[in-house]
Design a protein. Structure first.
Length: 276
């Protein structure tokens, strides 16, 4: 256990998403005064209550962070229809979570995103003055790949305007409007204007998102090509990449992977904080 003490308590919260829906969240708090506020964005069709999200948030709380983890619209305990959600609404939800945390706890200085949640964190970070850094876990380098994947899973989405897909044993309605929204976001352009520090975690054996996504994120944030990154030529780097050999996409197979992620994230954050 970190010297900052054990988890003190977890508080259930709700806040508006900007469209009239109530989003559900949990704030994990340390035993002492928080040293920083983080907001955690979960993966596609996941929730604030999946094992990796809970364990990472609570472990960060044990190291002095206050962490708000919440459900995107239509997922978990949040109101609204998942079929009406999109990458745009995810980003809106994340901004509302940041505003809620700032008004009721501390202005968030760290965003943590798992998989598609990491893409949302990268998309909004520049818009939030208090945010100093972003940590992504098994996150994509674009949002178009998910649109293509979902359309392959059910081609009727494109022809009929919507269709059902099964993910993790559960069935979800996916609309063509949602996929069009995924295709409209340009991650490359967003990262070209990026100024925040980023810590990238990714497994070379990720069964859902290939390691190339991590390399492309790193390349965009170092203002260079993947070849330039691999050969360590001079480049202004905003990012660090930590490989997670043997880890699965949801970090459920080996508990030690989450311990490692949290330890490295806390160390990176301390170093980043000392530079300000």
């Amino acid at each position: 256990m970190d010297a900052s003490g054990p988890l003190r308590r977890s508080e259930r919260v709700t806040f508006a998403d900007g469209s009239g829906h109530l989003l559900a969240g949990i704030v994990d708090l340390p035993a002492s005064q928080p040293t920083a506020m983080a907001v955690f964005a979960h993966c596609f069709t996941c929730s604030k209550d999946i094992k990796a999200t809970v364990r990472i948030a609570r472990a960060l709380a044990s190291r002095g962070f206050a962490v708000l983890r919440f459900d995107f619209m239509g997922l978990g305990d949040s109101a609204g229809s998942f079929a009406d959600s999109s990458f745009t609404t995810n980003c809106q939800d994340l901004r509302q979570a940041v505003q809620f945390a700032a008004a009721n706890y501390l202005p968030p200085s760290l965003l943590v995103g798992h998989s598609f949640g990491g893409a949302a964190c990268l998309a909004v970070a520049e818009q939030i003055e208090s945010v100093r850094g972003v940590a992504t876990i098994a996150s994509p380098s674009d949002t178009q790949h998910l649109a293509a994947l979902l359309e392959r899973m059910n081609p009727a989405i494109a022809s009929a305007g919507q269709g059902e897909v099964t993910i993790g044993g559960r069935t979800y309605t996916i609309t063509r409007r949602m996929l069009d929204d995924f295709r409209a976001f340009n991650m490359h352009d967003t990262l070209q204007a990026f100024s925040k520090q980023v810590l990238i975690f990714h497994s070379p054996g990720d069964e859902t998102l290939r390691f190339g996504h991590a390399l492309r994120l790193l390349a965009a944030l170092t203002r260079g090509s993947p070849e330039r990154v691999q050969h360590h030529h001079e480049a202004h780097s905003l990012a660090s990449l930590i490989s997670l050999p043997g880890a699965d996409h949801l970090l459920v197979n080996r508990p030690a992977d989450i311990d490692y992620v949290v330890a490295m994230l806390a160390t990176w954050w301390q170093r980043l904080h000392q530079s300000y």
